[in-house]
Design a protein around this ligand. Structure first.
Ligand SMILES: [Zn+2]
Length: 308
């Protein structure tokens, strides 16, 4: 029980979280690390009420009933917390990406439940990403995901899903952080809006000499564009293309190119893993905190688009 959550191995994990109560108590500890504080009036004493599946904490001052589940991805779930914790453990510790089929087998839920759980976790993965800007030198380009329809053209103008990918480089030219976003078109406003949201002002953006990119120079970025040519300029956008290639491999192996509605969540998962690839052993605690701080996606939103 003494192992810190960030240093747990698989055996520690199974010893620490054996029952529903172990998991719930941990969620309570995450919400109120320094003891109970009322969400409404900040009073610090409460009465525990036990007439539900999980206890409620009623503030002794304003009688507000707080829960450690409301406002997390576990809200309204019918799946046990133990199964959720195992799913998060597996998502956090698996290096390549985790499929619903594997989860179905590992924790004994239906395929549909496993699929929903994984998508909710992927949604939580993106929560904090928007708080960070890419900076320094950033490679930026469009990429196309998914199999082309029969007779489809290659490159721009196909039926594939368009994704804007950006990778920041370290001072010695190695990839640092990545962001990827499904975009509706390659118009200059779409590109500039993405840059405003995700790339720090003043950053050097390296890109292909595509027509929509010159707007970036007018928008506070130092824009360096060359026509992409693998023979003449092998270094130009090199890392971006390597990382997009890896993302495509990961997406095809778990996603099988079915539909594009959920592509953004698979990209979230890819970037989440990529951006944390240097962190060792802290994955579970970090991902669990994201799941606790991320309101669940309305179940119906996902169920209507369930792809078996
Ligand atoms: Zn209160």
């Amino acid at each position: 029980m003494s192992t810190a959550i960030n240093e747990m191995n698989e055996l520690d994990f199974h010893q620490r979280f054996r029952t529903e109560e172990d998991c719930y108590k941990y969620l309570v500890k995450l919400k109120w690390a320094d003891g109970f504080v009322c969400d409404r009036c900040h009073h610090t004493s409460c009465t525990e009420l036990y007439h539900r599946k999980f206890p409620l904490y009623q503030c002794k001052n304003c009688h507000y009933q707080a829960s450690a589940i409301v406002g997390t991805i576990f809200e309204r779930t019918r799946t046990s917390l133990l199964k959720w914790f195992m799913a998060i453990w597996q998502m956090a510790t698996d290096k390549r990406g985790f499929s619903a089929k594997q989860l179905e087998r590992n924790i004994g839920v239906t395929y549909k439940t496993a699929w929903l759980m994984l998508h909710k976790i992927r949604e939580a993965m993106i929560e904090r990403e928007h708080m960070y800007f890419l900076n320094g030198i950033v490679e930026l380009d469009e990429a196309f995901f998914g199999a082309p329809k029969k007779g489809g053209k290659r490159g721009r103008g196909t039926d594939k899903t368009m994704v804007l990918a950006a990778v920041s480089l370290t001072d010695d030219g190695k990839p640092n952080f990545a962001k990827m976003e499904v975009i509706p078109d390659a118009k200059s406003t779409t590109l500039v809006n993405f840059a405003y949201r995700e790339i720090a002002p003043g950053t050097e953006i390296r890109s292909d000499a595509h027509r929509s990119y010159p707007k970036l120079s007018e928008s506070g970025y130092h824009h360096v564009a060359h026509v992409f040519d693998q023979n003449k300029r092998p270094e130009h956008l090199k890392w971006l293309h390597v990382i997009v290639g890896n993302a495509k491999k990961m997406v095809t192996s778990t996603f099988h190119g079915l539909g594009t509605k959920h592509l953004q969540r698979y990209l979230n998962e890819f970037c989440y893993r990529f951006n944390r690839r240097r962190f060792k052993g802290e994955g579970f605690g970090r991902l669990l905190r994201l799941c606790v701080n991320s309101p669940t996606i309305i179940r119906r939103e996902l169920e209507n688009t369930f792809i078996p």
